[in-house]
Design a protein around this ligand. Sequence first.
Ligand code: FCB
Length: 411
Amino acid sequence: MIQFPQDFLWGAATSAYQVEGNNVNSDWWEWEKRIGLKETSGLACRHYELYNRDFALARSLNHNACRLSIEWSRIEPEDGKFSAKEIGHYRDVILSLKELNIEPIVTLHHFTNPIWFANLGGWHNKKSCEYFLRYAEIIVDALCDKVRFWVTINEPMVYVYHSYILGVWPPQEKSFKKAKIVTDNFIISHVKVHRAIHGIYERKRLPSPSVSIAKNIQAFETCRANLRNRFAVYLRNRLYNFEFIKKLISYKSLDFIGVNYYTRSLVDAETWRFKNLLLDVCKDNHSQLKKNSLGWDIYPQGLYNLLLRLKRFGLPVFILENGISTDDDSLRWDFIYEHLKNLALAMEKGVRVLGYLYWSLIDNFEWDKGFSPRFGLIEVDYNTYERSIRESVRKYADICKTGILDDGNTK
Ligand code: FCB
């Protein structure tokens, strides 16, 4: 039997664009239409109207925390013009959580940008940090009396990888040079916003907030353990997993380490060229691991290994995303159970963990993959927008209530 701490935060996460619907001022909205994406976000889950209902369901599942994001393009639909109505909307959203005794964890940037910002060059623009800071200050000022946990940027390296290296997300660039500039702008932005958030709380004499990023970390392992692959694993761990965190810590701008963990990547570099070392993965399907519906390896032990590597930074960790897309509900339960077990093992080895948030509270729009990947604890019927709680998830609800992970009664 494993007992998690009394004050552990339990819940699930969403992001605005993936659940709200009708985010017409966002660069993703414009891009989906322009390239003719097969499934576009449209009404998504209509969470913009139905948030009260979704949060009540989360409460019924014993959640005491919920991560959500603010859609920048709603708050600032035009350069420098802020919408009081939309700021009010998000205040209502936060109040709705507080009334249910659910701790909000608020993300300021989760992949999408206002169209005007994208038209000015997006995160490649030198002024991107200023624009982001201006928006962040306004929203933090409006919500600070109700929010303790802030996440500035969701998965900066995933964004850079998809948008500036692979070129599969807007603005569809393929340039290592641009990728480096965007990465640096994310670092500067985070450091500035971290400082600004603390400044606002100090001025208002509010208790000190906890501010971080949501850092996607991946378990990198060699397919064949030759020298080249071993070096490629070292390089990817450094550049993809740890460098960003190290940089932010050197600026004293992380109050905890926000972690998103999903999968393992089997490294098989074809040549010693930088591109191959950084990007090549094994093409043969000889991995014995189970996979999610998107083909990602399920590898709970990777979470344990990576958490132990994060221990040296001496900061508490918060699991901000961990989840599985599947149509097999029993697999979802196995996934949660095994990851929690590995999380607990890491905690026994001295890793401090603040909480665990499953991705996602409800099924949603999985970016360029559309609506078919089902990540939700709660199923969404996209014809009626009705919600139904998946059976296996009740077991997670038990853990959220008791903090006890037990082989006997939970498996
Ligand atoms: C993460 C993203 C989240 C969702 C999950 C499946 O990388 O942060 O928006 O798409 O993957």
